[in-house]
Design a protein around this ligand. Structure first.
Ligand SMILES: CCCCCCCCCCCCC[C@H](O)CC(=O)SCCNC(=O)CCNC(=O)[C@H](O)C(C)(C)COP(=O)(O)OP(=O)(O)OC[C@H]1O[C@@H](n2cnc3c(N)ncnc32)[C@H](O)[C@@H]1OP(=O)(O)O
Length: 667
């Protein structure tokens, strides 16, 4: 049997009624056949493709092939016998690890684990034919994997318990890995005929679950997100990116260092620029350390020869692309861009790593606005997968294509977005953070809000995340935007700014020098500056109590449901506005940004998919309810697009585009 490449079942088919003959009896029949069947595997054998290989009597694999059972990442389990055959073939511990993580393995690892019989650098198909001819005379009984007895460790229960705990810790609230463990237990404790029934029952519980729908949506959303289009008709598949051989990074702070590492490890020459000798030296040492650790982990040599460190912008005259990563200050960035305009050759692309400033205003101070684009990395930039490519109204299609392709080369999930304050991710963060602090005023604690969000599946609750990011960043932005400081009208009521509700608690926390993990104190307390172990701080509790009594706020019990609804529906509501404004082209783009940049749980699909899963009508009703209770919070007022979608019968996410008037207008 030749398997050029099989990615398994067609995932799109899971959305509708399943067609075709049932797979399990078909596979059982191949295995039970009297003629030897040899699988020749090239490319990939994943999911159902791998399960098909498991019913063959022998497996020959090309050395570049990859194998795996990634079903768990789609919210399901390998339901064509995979959970029953793999443990029989390689034992419980190894099978559990592969099935519960869904990771792909190389041909060499498959050989080591005993999954395949031979790895070849030649044509796998030709070798398989030779193999089959030799196998004709041999008995097949020991080659029928379903007939084997599962090698069972003596401490099976303890092992399964340990893996269950590990899975629960890593993937809180996720159903599929737990069902996988139960299916593997069946392989250890039941004959194949019963185990396969158990596999099918477990699959049935997962198959129609919201989690499976969300995870399968994420699979396609991630692939859709790279497919940008502009109103001009220019798009991902008709715009040629430029080849980037050399780049320069301005600023060796946390972001700059991460970007240097991301570029150098994919073979791009990098010139790193700092303004002072001491900063340059510190940055250089840190970059070298990061690259060396990264290379050691990947078993390659560190590409230090690609790096150059300098104090002079003059050294950038020949680079293909510059990424500015200086302090988040518009005047400073403008000075840098003016200088770059003078120094760099006319064809050099000028990119900014701003997390929310106007990319077009920066383009406006250069001699080449069409070659200016935002490349918003997420911290730490060498670890986080997300890249927002911010398209100004004057960015050319070639510039966008180049930034998107460079992101892909660096292993990022790149999403093209429009230019507005905060772009997509940080613009949506504002209403989310506001709701969290309003809930504090009303009676919740940081740990209660974080727990509700972490139980929902977020990698980190909003306060722990803010402590990690640094509270001073937002404080500075609020000062610059006149929300605090001398510009505030003294007649302004204390908990209102610019005509709407304002919570000053985050400012009060910063006034005490509590900037988060880096100062050892923030919304939580830590063992030391830079510590990561967050503990509730009685001082924050006191601050909240004093604050409430000063403003006569009677604290009330707030349910987890209210926390989730107010934080997440406000988040999605801003997402609808972003779609209306044409800042994101598709709901999938917003979801991918939140999945890869903000720790939104994959099994929730992202804020927009989550809203559709809850039901748009319900989201609208709850937002109306909360807006009525808090009329001074405009973010809670349901967006016109949400209302329109509900009026149109709440179409699925993939159909929202048909209802959005201004699609692409700002990209
Ligand atoms: C009450 C009801 C009871 C119901 C019981 C039901 C029982 C049903 C019995 C079912 C039997 C189960 C069989 C099996 O166990 C289930 C499966 O096999 S699930 C599928 C598992 N496979 C995967 O998860 C693989 C997914 N794909 C990948 O990992 C990668 O795509 C790749 C194959 C490694 C290739 O990667 P790249 O080269 O980077 O390319 P892309 O990722 O960009 O993909 C290119 C293109 O292909 C599309 N695509 C890839 N795989 C699939 C797939 N399996 N199905 C559909 N489409 C796929 C991908 O989307 C890209 O297309 P584009 O989106 O760009 O148009």
């Amino acid at each position: 049997m030749r398997m050029c490449s099989s990615a398994g079942a067609d995932i799109r088919e899971f959305a509708g009624p399943l067609r075709g003959p049932p797979l399990v009896p078909l596979l059982d029949a191949i295995e039970a056949g009297e003629k030897p069947v040899v699988a020749a595997i090239e490319g990939v054998a994943l999911g159902g493709g791998f399960e098909l290989a498991l019913v063959c009597h022998y497996r020959i694999v090309h050395f570049k092939a990859r194998l795996g059972l990634p079903e768990v990442t789609l919210g399901i389990l390998p339901a064509a016998g995979g959970t029953q055959r793999l443990p029989r073939l390689i034992g419980i511990p190894a099978a559990l690890e592969l099935i519960t993580t869904g990771r792909h393995i190389s041909a060499q690892e498959a050989l080591k684990l005993g999954i395949v019989d031979q790895v070849t650098e030649q044509n796998a198909c030709e070798l398989a034919v030779e193999f089959a001819l030799r196998a004709v005379a041999k008995p097949l009984s020991s080659r029928r994997v379903s007939m084997l007895t599962t090698p069972c460790p003596p401490d099976l229960d303890a092992l399964l318990e340990a893996v269950t705990m590990q899975v629960k810790r890593k993937a809180r609230g996720v159903m599929a890995p737990l069902a996988c463990i139960q299916a593997v237990r069946a392989a250890a404790t039941m004959p194949y005929s019963k185990g396969i029934k158990r596999e099918s029952e477990l699959m049935a519980t997962l198959f129609n679950s919201g989690q499976a729908r969300a995870l399968q949506y994420c699979f396609f959303a991630q692939r859709t997100a790279g497919k940008w289009t502009l109103p001009s008709g220019a798009q991902w598949n008709n715009s040629k990116p430029r080849e980037i051989r050399s780049a320069a990074i301005i600023g060796l702070g946390t972001m700059g260092r991460g970007i240097v590492v991301s570029l150098a490890r994919v073979g791009i020459s990098v010139i790193a620029v700092e303004s002072e000798k001491k900063l340059l030296e510190t940055g250089k040492q840190m970059v070298i350390g990061m690259l060396e650790r990264d290379a050691k982990r990947r078993g390659v040599s560190a590409s230090l020869n690609l790096l150059k460190f300098t104090l002079s912008l003059q050294d950038l005259k020949d680079v293909d692309l510059v990424i500015e990563a200086v302090f988040e200050d518009m005047a400073l960035k403008k000075r840098v861009f003016q200088e770059l305009s003078k120094v760099c050759r006319p064809a050099t692309l000028l990119c900014t790593n701003t997390s929310g400033l106007d990319v077009d205003a920066l383009a406006g101070v250069t001699d080449r606005p069409h070659l200016v684009v935002g490349m918003h990395f997420f911290s730490p930039a060498h670890v986080m997968k997300l890249l927002e490519v911010v398209c100004g109204p004057r960015s050319s299609s070639e510039t966008i294509a180049t930034a998107m392709s460079l992101g892909k080369r660096m292993g990022k999930v790149s999403v093209a977005v429009g230019n507005c304050p905060g772009f997509v991710g940080n613009r949506m963060l504002k209403p989310y953070l506001d709701q969290a602090t309003f809930l504090l005023e009303e009676g919740a604690t940081p740990e209660q809000i974080d727990k509700a969000l972490e139980d929902f599946g977020f990698a980190m609750g909003v306060f722990r995340m803010s402590d990690l990011a640094g509270l001073d960043v937002g404080w500075r932005v609020r000062k610059e935007s006149g929300l605090i400081g001398p510009d505030v009208d003294p007649k302004n009521p204390p908990r209102r700014r610019q005509g709407r509700r304002y919570c000053p608690i985050p400012d009060m926390v910063c006034e005490q020098g509590r900037f988060g993990q880096k100062t050892g104190r923030g919304w939580y307390m830590y063992d030391k500056p830079g510590g990561t172990n967050a503990k509730p701080d009685p001082l924050i509790q006191n601050l909240l109590e004093m604050y409430r009594s000063r403003y006569g706020i009677q604290p009330r019990n707030i349910s987890d449901q209210e926390i989730i609804e107010r934080c997440l529906f406000a988040l999605a509501n801003e997402g609808f506005r972003i779609l209306e404004d044409g800042i994101a082209a598709r709901p999938e783009d917003i979801d991918v940004i939140y999945l890869f940049g903000y720790g939104f749980p994959r099994h929730g699909g992202g804020p927009m998919f989550y809203a559709s899963m809850v039901g748009l009508e319900r989201v609208l009703e709850r937002l109306e309810h909360y807006h009525q209770a808090h009329p001074d919070v405009p973010h809670l007022e349901p967006s016109p697009l949400l209302k329109k979608l509900v009026a149109c019968g709440s179409p699925p996410v993939q159909k929202w585009r048909e209802h959005i008037k201004t699609m692409h207008s700002h990209l």
